[in-house]
Design a protein around this ligand. Structure first.
Ligand SMILES: NC(=O)c1ccc[n+]([C@@H]2O[C@H](COP(=O)([O-])OP(=O)(O)OC[C@H]3O[C@@H](n4cnc5c(N)ncnc54)[C@H](O)[C@@H]3O)[C@@H](O)[C@H]2O)c1
Length: 320
């Protein structure tokens, strides 16, 4: 049994990491600014939720991060706390405080306490548009077109310098469009909201078009845990490839599960390449499970249906 310190544990990916940790008998120490673990409640039984060690705190507070990490006794850190593209666009100063300074606080605390490794969420948003339809590899020279992407790139650089200066091991993982129960905010949350809307019999319009790299949230969580457990020493950064498909295909898969669902899409393509080359991660950690989009959509809609039937499905995100 091992303790893992998780920032952003109340978020979508965090909730799936906590679920996976509890299922294998490990300890999850969940550090988050949010008081209400509402996404965790969507995935966990009450008894499981009671076994999570919650620490309420803000990653912009360096002393609080250090205190919490020390109190956790964890040697493995998974840093997921962050503000997403729309917030970083509207409030870049706040975005930098949380996403850049917050990450530095986590790296610094891990260094001071001699932690084994920090695995942190970077993002495929480090790539800008402009790669000609090929899967992009990690070292592709591409410029982020959002503050969010620039902040994530800065984190990758800072993690590398912590390795060079202090020998702190780290892994940055770059997912693209994570979907699954609990995904309810951010530029790429539309497909998951559409699945929820279809289950609730409500119309929904996904606000982007084209193709993207869909990553099932359970697979994202598994990648973070695999990196925490067995990444090579050093400061690495890996893409996390899932299943690249068109938004039109995901709409078709939703309609297969909910015939007649009023789900549409419109809007620009994402300013991020549609397919990540994920081979480097597989070479470093061994092949990771990739849930096909069809299975992930089915599982997500089944989970939403069970939550709906138990009157536990919050639909507030469909109005935002
Ligand atoms: N979801 C995706 O498709 C995706 C893709 C690429 C990268 N990422 C990155 O993965 C990470 C997790 O994504 P997610 O979808 O679970 O995000 P999310 O928005 O669901 O959750 C983020 C969590 O961070 C917490 N948080 C925000 N500010 C904080 C602060 N100052 N101190 C402590 N906690 C704070 C929030 O309360 C929330 O629980 C993020 O860093 C995100 O940028 C996500």
């Amino acid at each position: 049994m091992r303790a893992y310190f998780l920032t952003g544990a109340h978020g979508c990916i965090g909730a799936w990491v906590v679920k996976a940790l509890l299922e294998r008998g490990d300890v999850a120490v969940a550090f988050d600014l949010a008081g209400d673990p509402r996404r965790l409640r969507l995935l966990l039984e009450d008894a499981q939720l009671a076994s999570v060690r919650f620490i309420h705190g803000d990653v912009t507070d360096a002393a609080a991060v250090l205190r919490a990490l020390e109190a956790s006794g964890a040697r493995h850190v998974i840093h997921l706390a962050g503000l997403q593209v729309p917030v970083c666009k509207a409030e870049p100063l706040l975005g930098a405080r949380v996403n850049v300074l917050g990450t530095l606080h986590v790296l610094e605390a891990a260094r001071q306490l001699g932690c084994e490794r920090v695995v942190y969420a970077s993002s495929a948003a480090v790539f800008g548009r402009g790669v000609d339809g090929r899967p992009v590899a990690e070292d592709e020279p591409a410029e982020a077109s959002t503050h969010y992407g620039v902040f994530k790139r800065a984190n990758e650089g800072n993690a590398r310098v912590y390795w060079l200066d202090h020998g702190l091991n780290s892994v940055g993982l770059r997912p693209l469009t994570v979907y699954g129960v609990g995904r309810d905010f951010g530029l790429t949350s539309g497909p998951t909201k559409a699945m929820k809307a279809a289950v609730l019999g409500r119309p929904y319009c996904i606000r982007f078009s084209g193709s993207t790299d869909f990553l099932y949230a359970a697979d994202a969580a598994a990648a973070f845990l695999a990196a925490a457990d067995r990444a090579p020493d050093g400061a690495s950064v890996f893409n996390v490839h899932g299943d690249t498909a068109a938004v039109a295909d995901v709409v078709g898969l939703i309609r297969e599960q909910a015939p007649g669902a009023d789900i549409r899409f419109s809007g620009p393509e994402l300013p991020i390449p549609a397919e990540l080359d994920g081979r480097a991660l597989d070479s470093a950690l061994g092949p990771l499970h990739r849930t096909p989009l069809s299975a992930g959509v089915r599982e997500t809609m089944d989970r939403f249906t069970r939550l709906r039937d138990a009157a536990r499905l919050d639909s507030a995100d469909l109005d935002t």
